[in-house]
Ligand binder design. Structure first.
Ligand code: GLN
Length: 560
């Protein structure tokens, strides 16, 4: 069925458009519909792969190896929509394809223009996902803010789709801001202007999601409806939620967002079953116990750099009925900290995430050593696993210069290196290993018991591998190799022998975790954190809530 919902944003960025679109998608699924999610990023980069996490936040990787915007992670957490390369569209991709066709002479001598050639290609890309027999509704989120030059061709393509498919098949949801003045008054003018801007390019929003610190009263909604030409019941109050972002589908449903969207699309669907979301919210709201997880990374200043990891840790809390407090620590600052006991005081588990480049590496190596020797539950992801290997080779095998060739190309002990270096092929362009592949979990390992099966499929995004040259030596010394690729050629995970819970994985489990289905590694890490906390504080019946600040600034924790 060709039913489309476009989600756009107005007034300013970072209002939570991705979560709003994902929540709407989840409501449609709760009504038994088959949903697809598409993200449009109006930038000229072909994908997010080359962008710094500081620019763009996390790069979300799909099974087929696309490096995409982090909103695809939101879609993955809220919906069941399959997500592949096709679900992430950028201006760069559109132009690349149109120019390629032009060079091939496919436009038969015509002048190639934004309208119709670019807009046609945009519509084709959207149809590739939405125009499929097993799809009921496709939700297309247009990144950026209405009024940006970059998003004009996408809004124009969407406008044409209304014209071609009919208004009952294509509707617009627009997310805006209703700011509060210092005097506590909510202002509707920015919303009015933003809708006016859409109307100027021929698009009339059908539903408004109004972000505001508090719920909008009826009078304000009536005023917005009048000035924007949107029906009053379709002016939805997207107020700030108190407990968790996973409450948003419930907030929207309470205001009948799903019903209104279905009515406008002239669709019938069974009543919504929101039991799973209700359970998630109840656990997060009601659990009294608290565990603290330190995330020791290099991009911690920006909140979104490790988005999927943060969320997966919260999912670990849901699975174990505890609330998670994250303590983000800048690994660079740990390089010189003299007392790690003090830095990690009150920490129940440590996670070292992925990263690129040498800055802050030794802080991560020290962290892995700390977790290993103090029996702190530890999960190392990608780079976080590689630093486990480096630390073990230095401390236990006594190879003081052990390193990854990413950071020390000339080291005598390249325990992590490029595959081609391992077989002595020089000048062989190392491309990243991207996307999902199978791994075989070895018996008698913690990881095998967590997954409960032998073959797993996880996503990768890295260039360097544990060196096969040192693999046996490390394993025999106690850094157990516990997962490998099916052909045994690459190490996929390691564990510290005799440690209560210390696992490093070369892949990215965080991309597959959902609030309603916690990934086993995160469920396991938080279970181990709870056990470690109980054994350190035997008398504690329920963990105190007030013990430390929400996020300890890295400087405060590391400079001591
Ligand atoms: N920089 C490392 C590599 O390329 C790790 C990458 C990562 O953590 N995603 O292998």
């Amino acid at each position: 069925m060709r039913k489309y919902i476009f989600v756009s944003g107005g007034v300013c960025s970072s209002l939570g458009k991705g979560i709003a679109a994902a929540s709407l998608g989840s409501l449609m699924e709760c009504r038994g519909l088959s949903v697809r999610m598409v993200k449009i990023d109006p930038y000229i980069n072909v994908d997010a792969g080359t962008m710094s996490p500081y620019q763009h936040g996390e790069v979300y990787v799909t099974d087929d190896g696309a490096e995409t915007d982090l909103d695809l992670g939101n879609y993955a957490r809220y919906t069941q929509s399959p997500l592949t390369r096709a679900n992430s569209i950028t201006t760069g991709q559109i132009y690349q394809e149109v120019i390629r066709r032009e060079r091939e002479g496919r436009y038969l001598g015509r002048t190639v223009q934004v309208i119709p050639h670019i807009t046609d290609r945009i519509k084709q890309r959207i149809a590739m996902v939405g125009d499929q027999p097993d799809v009921d509704v496709t939700i297309v989120e247009i990144g950026g803010t209405v009024g940006d030059i970059e998003s004009v061709p996408f809004l124009e393509a969407a406008r044409q789709m209304v014209h071609e498919l009919g208004h009952h098949n294509v509707i617009f949801v627009h997310l805006t801001l209703v700011p509060e003045t210092a005097g506590g008054e909510l202002k509707t003018k920015p919303t009015q202007h933003s809708v006016k801007e859409m109307r100027e390019i021929g698009v009339q929003p059908d539903i408004l999601l109004c972000r505001a610190p508090v719920a909008l009263d009826e009078e304000l909604r009536r005023k917005i409806a009048l000035f924007t030409n949107v029906e009053m019941d379709a002016v939805i109050s997207a107020y700030d939620v108190q407990t968790t972002i996973y409450e948003i589908p419930l907030v929207f449903h309470a205001q009948k967002l799903d019903e209104i969207a279905l009515r406008k699309l002239q669709m019938d669907a069974p009543p919504a079953d929101l039991t799973e979301w209700q359970r998630v919210v109840e656990v997060l709201r009601d659990s009294r116990r608290l565990v603290t997880v330190a995330v020791v990374g290099k991009y911690i200043e920006l909140n979104d750099s490790y988005k999927s990891i943060d969320e997966a840790l919260f999912h670990g809390g849901i699975a174990n009925n505890v609330r998670i407090q994250l303590r983000k620590i800048d690994s660079e600052k740990l390089e010189k900290a003299d007392d790690l006991d003090q830095v990690f005081q009150g920490v129940d588990a440590i996670l070292v995430p992925g990263g690129f480049g040498s800055r802050g590496i030794n802080g991560m190596v020290r962290t892995a050593g700390y977790a290993r020797t103090r029996a702190v539950p530890y999960l190392g992801i990608c780079l976080g696993m590689q630093v486990m290997v480096i630390e073990y080779a230095r401390s236990v095998l006594g190879f003081e210069d052990a390193d990854s060739t990413e950071f020390a190309p000339e080291t005598e002990h390249p325990v992590v290196s490029l595959l081609e270096e391992q077989v002595n092929i020089k000048n062989y362009g190392g491309t990243m290993r991207l996307g999902a592949n199978d791994s075989r979990l070895l018996p008698h390992s913690i990881i095998r018991s967590l997954y409960g099966r032998e073959i797993i499929r996880e996503r990768h995004r890295h260039r360097y591998e544990v060196s096969n040259q040192f693999r046996e030596q490390l394993h025999d010394a106690g850094l157990l190799v516990t997962a490998v690729t099916p052909d045994d050629s690459l190490v996929e995970s390691v564990e510290w022998r005799g440690h209560p819970w210390g696992i490093g994985v070369q892949f990215h489990p965080e991309f597959q975790s959902k609030p309603v289905a916690t990934h086993p590694l995160f469920a396991g890490l938080i279970a181990a954190a709870c056990a470690s906390r109980s054994s350190r504080n035997p008398g504690e019946s329920s963990f105190r809530e007030d013990e430390s600040a929400e996020v300890i600034p890295a400087a405060a924790s590391a400079e001591s």
